[in-house]
Design a protein around this ligand. Structure first.
Ligand SMILES: Cc1cc2nc3c(=O)[nH]c(=O)nc-3n(C[C@H](O)[C@H](O)[C@H](O)COP(=O)(O)OP(=O)(O)OC[C@H]3O[C@@H](n4cnc5c(N)ncnc54)[C@H](O)[C@@H]3O)c2cc1C
Length: 438
């Protein structure tokens, strides 16, 4: 199966997961018959809950399922489909209370039944989950702490929602419906065991050793890793992996980084990491001999997925890392296709991989256009933003016969994507990697 067919297959599986509870709901004994809006509200509650359950599948990082889309796309889908599920779940009691305001009486703390309490707490937990996820940065919640609470809140919200459904009972009275919800609960538990126990255990048995920590220009460091006692993994140039350092894989304190080394040398994996926050600022303190764990490879940002006669790469700052991985791979393969790299950076001194890019020009049919934010006094090259005019000056004439790879700050990537579209490049030939999954 090719990527498109595999994509359809996994979308089909996802739809089955989400829609099955709705279809089973329609099986005898039927809905209450209290009118369209009543039944619609119940259907929304069921759909929202099964979508919540499917989130555990989406975020379990199954490599085969993620491959056709790229895990970053799956995380974006998770983010937005979670919002849809949340709306469904919120609208469910809102409709019921609108139809039967007397239900409010049953929610008083002195009389509330345990299954209704479970429903209310599930709703509150879900609301906290959504608010802290959508506005995590504005609320200044640290990523690692957020991730732990996100998982705990998700398990609580789903668990209590299932308790609520079971407790209400009206809609799960037949054996089929009971089996379905028991199966959904069991699947979520198995997924939890897989993510929290089995996967970390597998990573623990496949350690890597830090061979070197190399200082790069531009406050960046390259970590060189080798598999210890196993053969590592093969990857496509441009892909990324989750790196765990100083912790066991059970701590789930892992960070995603693009592989900046050549895919032709999978026994020596390199990550080039820019100092930014708590974890990345301490990369310079890592020492050779230290143990690391890698979960990968992931991602769809690779020229190997889109064969073309020529490639255009556009990097901003540390966005050069996955592109360097692709250029190094092309050089190792002795590739003779025409390549253009447009590389934007603040200063000439800070330009990561400056010397190696110049050397790569000797081995590849590569043209590099540097675009500096603050150029030195005698600078003859490009400066400022990557604009339509700059692209028009440097892009190849037959620009829609190339594949374009963009990686850099979110704002730059969005601007360049729009500029390329205005230049006539079809959307499906533009591929971008955003260094922000959360
Ligand atoms: C697919 C992908 C590839 C990447 N490749 C590179 C690379 O090659 N080189 C490089 O320097 N950076 C890369 N990054 C960015 C890198 O993962 C973050 O800069 C790093 O995790 C920040 O951690 P911190 O503790 O130093 O910073 P913090 O200040 O704690 O975090 C800064 C921001 O980074 C994000 N972040 C933090 N921790 C995580 C985490 N565990 N998982 C996901 N996001 C997190 C959050 O949005 C957070 O707000 C990549 C990111 C992604 C998603």
């Amino acid at each position: 199966m090719n990527y498109v067919q595999r994509g359809f297959f996994w979308v089909g599986i996802y739809l089955c997961l989400v829609l099955t509870p709705l279809f089973v709901l329609l099986l005898a004994p039927g809905l209450s018959g209290s009118g369209f809006w009543w039944d619609f509200s119940i259907a929304l509650g069921f759909a929202g809950t099964s979508m919540m359950g499917a989130m555990f599948v989406l975020t379990a990082r199954f490599r085969h399922a993620a491959a056709p889309f790229g895990i970053d796309l799956i995380y974006y889908f998770h983010r937005w489909i979670a919002l849809v599920a949340f709306i469904f779940i919120i609208v469910h009691p809102a409709i019921l209370l609108f139809l039967e305001p007397v239900f409010l009486e049953d929610l008083r703390i002195s009389v509330i039944s345990w299954h209704m309490l479970a429903g209310v707490i599930s709703l509150i937990t879900l609301t906290i989950l959504m608010v802290t996820s959508l506005w995590r940065q504005q609320l200044k919640i640290h990523y690692d702490a957020w991730r732990i609470w996100h998982t705990l809140f998700a398990i609580t919200a789903l668990g209590l929602a299932i308790v609520h459904i079971e407790g209400v009972g009206n809609y799960v009275s037949s054996p089929w419906k009971r089996i379905l919800w028991a199966a959904i609960s069991a699947c979520c538990l198995i997924l939890l065991l897989y993510v929290r126990l089995i996967k970390p255990l597998v990573l623990l048995r496949h350690p890597y050793r830090v061979e070197q920590v190399v200082k790069e220009r531009g406050d960046a460091w390259t970590l060189v890793l080798r598999p210890q006692g196993h053969s590592g993994f093969t990857f496509m140039p441009g892909q990324f992996a989750w790196l765990t350092l100083r912790n066991s894989p059970f701590a789930l304190k892992e960070h995603p980084f693009s592989i900046s080394s050549s895919a032709m040398q999978p026994q020596e994996i390199q990550f080039t990491i820019k100092e930014l926050g708590d974890f990345t600022r301490r990369i310079k303190d890592v020492f050779p001999g230290q143990t690391a764990y890698l979960d990968g490879p992931y991602g769809a940002f690779s020229m190997d997925r889109h064969p073309s006669s020529d490639y255009v790469f556009i990097a901003g700052g540390i966005g050069i890392a996955p592109i360097m991985g692709m250029l190094r791979t092309l050089a190792d393969r002795g590739d003779s296709r025409s390549l253009l790299l447009i590389y934007a950076y603040k200063t000439w001194e800070g330009l990561t991989f400056q010397e190696e890019l110049e050397k790569l020009k000797e081995h590849l049919h590569l043209r590099v256009v540097y675009v500096l934010d603050t150029p030195p006094d005698n600078w003859q090259g490009e400066s400022g933003f990557i604009t339509d005019e700059l692209l028009a000056r440097h892009l190849p004439v037959a620009m829609n016969q190339h594949e374009y790879y963009l990686c850099g700050p979110v704002v730059m990537t969005a601007m360049v994507e729009k500029a390329l579209r205005r230049q006539g490049v079809p959307l499906h030939q533009i591929h971008s990697e955003i260094f922000n999954l959360a």
